[in-house]
Design a protein around this ligand. Structure first.
Ligand SMILES: Nc1nc(=O)c2c([nH]1)NC[C@@H]1CN(c3ccc(C(=O)N[C@@H](CCC(=O)O)C(=O)O)cc3)C=[N+]21
Length: 283
């Protein structure tokens, strides 16, 4: 027996086809959504992600605006790039690719963004709106996880969900999303201070592993039939490794692999946030 694959690549392709239609409806109103990216430095991983985002944009008809700054960029130079995108009417949404080089103050840069152009949903105003459960752009990875589970009919309402990782892009906002009345899951948010992680994983109907620890989730830890989503990325001997050990697929009911699972969904949700922001402007 092997788990059903939660195919993020195929699901993202469907979402992109729908977005392409919405973009052409906007075009009829004279509006072209535009995604901006700010990338600082030459981290190869970040370069690949940003290039992928611009390819996605071209696929659905979103304009893209790329601002690449050298590793040595100063705080003031990154601030200037943010100010330009805030002021640029052709940019309906943008992201600052994380992580930034250590000499930069990430927090103050994110707070400088216009919250209405925050395509990542990571501005404190938008995370605050998520806490308050009012409408706002949602963080891409958590939103992608919920949409992927829904696509495959994995029940979320009333489910026990164990999330491993308390980062600002995945774990914390995912806990907020899943505990809204509309999702109604019960969430256990685990982290490096968690005692007895195996017990927390064992009780879960849905496991989301976003710790960045290769092979952290082993088959013995997983409740038979559970949905296990691999969101971790680390490099082991130059190769990408997820948080979920290969044997888990023989115990789980559903597996979102890495690559091919949540990553493509994250990108599709970024595009969705950009199109939604343009639609809000069109109204
Ligand atoms: N401001 C900001 N927003 C982000 O959303 C953000 C970020 N910074 N920094 C880095 C992480 C990482 N991330 C990924 C997105 C998609 C894949 C993805 O599509 N991966 C493919 C494989 C790689 C590929 O095909 O290019 C897959 O899983 O199948 C991976 C990683 C977004 N992040």
């Amino acid at each position: 027996m092997s788990a059903q694959i939660l195919d993020g690549k195929a699901t993202a392709a469907k979402i992109k086809a729908d977005l392409a239609e919405r973009v052409s409806r906007l075009a009829a109103q004279g509006i072209t959504p535009g995604l901006g990216t700010i990338l600082v430095g030459d981290d190869p991983g970040s370069q690949i992600y940003v290039a992928g985002k611009h390819r996605d944009c071209a696929e659905v008809g979103i304009a893209s605006i790329r601002k690449d700054l050298p590793d040595t960029a100063t705080q003031a130079e990154v601030e200037a790039a943010i100010d330009e995108l805030n002021a640029d009417p052709s940019c309906t949404g943008y992201i600052v690719q994380l992580p930034l080089p250590r000499h930069l103050d990430t927090q103050s840069l994110i707070e400088r963004m216009d919250p209405s152009k925050d395509a990542d949903g990571l501005h404190p105003i938008n995370l605050g709106r998520l806490v308050h459960m009012v409408d706002a752009p949602l963080p891409c990875t958590p939103r992608g996880i919920v949409v992927l589970l829904q696509e495959y009919g994995v029940p979320i309402k009333g489910a026990d969900v164990t999330v491993i990782g308390r980062g600002i892009t995945v774990g914390r906002p995912l806990g907020l999303l899943l505990t809204r009345r509309t999702e109604n899951a019960t969430v256990t948010l685990c982290h490096t201070g968690t005692h007895n992680l195996p017990a927390r994983v064992r009780e879960a109907d849905i496991v989301v592993a976003a710790a960045g620890v290769p092979g952290l989730i082993t088959p013995e830890m997983v409740k038979p039939g559970a949905a296990v989503l691999d969101v971790g990325v680390s490099r082991v001997d130059g190769k990408l490794a997820g948080d979920v050990a290969p044997g888990v697929k023989h115990v789980a009911g559903f597996v979102a692999p890495n690559p091919g699972g949540v990553g493509p969904m994250t990108r599709a949700m970024l595009l969705t946030n950009v199109v939604e922001a343009a639609e809000r402007r069109a109204r």
